[in-house]
Design a binder for this molecule. Structure first.
Ligand SMILES: [Fe+2]
Ligand SMILES: [Fe+2]
Length: 169
């Protein structure tokens, strides 16, 4: 599998185990059909954020389980945000964290850290400060990933790796 690099092998296997119950969910997989930034799907973006946040939190001794799970679900809003709809009043930037949390709670049991990660990831656009340090990590990583994707710095190799990871889990 392309994704596994020898130096991160243990990290990667643990990551697969943590996200397995989430990535196997059909609704989560349906994020693939929605574009996020620069032609990257919402699912690829969410995995990019989740995996990067997981690695950072693991190195820092933070709750990497919550970072991986919350990161994967942070944009679980399930619509094409580029198209407006009368069913969705309000600006996407303000409303989608709440929508993602609502969907996530429908399918998974979340702890307070995971809920905070999802609902506060747009700070400072949404005014309430994240409560947990893992939520700060995901909030910052989400912005970093969005910039990388929008400017097309996202490496094709990495994208293929995430696709093979999804096939693996
Ligand atoms: Fe978001
Ligand atoms: Fe995001």
């Amino acid at each position: 599998m392309i994704f596994l690099k020898s130096k991160r092998k243990d990290d990667d296997f643990l990551y697969f185990e943590i996200i397995r119950p989430i990535i196997e969910n059909k609704e989560v997989q349906s994020m693939e059909q929605f574009a996020q930034h620069g032609g990257i799907s919402c699912l690829d973006h969410s995995m990019y954020v989740s995996y990067t946040s997981y690695l950072i939190c693991k190195r820092l001794g933070y709750d990497f389980h919550a970072a991986a799970r919350g990161g994967l679900l942070h944009d679980f809003f399930l619509y094409d945000w580029h198209k407006s709809s009368e069913d969705r009043p309000g600006l996407h930037a303000f409303t989608h964290p709440g929508e993602a949390l609502k969907n996530a709670e429908k399918h998974f049991e979340l702890n307070p850290r995971e809920r905070d990660i999802i609902v506060k990831h747009m700070w400072p656009v949404t005014l309430t400060l994240p409560k947990y340090r893992e939520a700060f990590v995901v909030m910052a990583v989400d912005k970093y990933c969005a910039v990388m994707e929008t400017l097309a710095f996202w490496q094709k190799k990495k994208l293929l790796a995430f696709r093979s990871l999804r096939a693996f889990v």
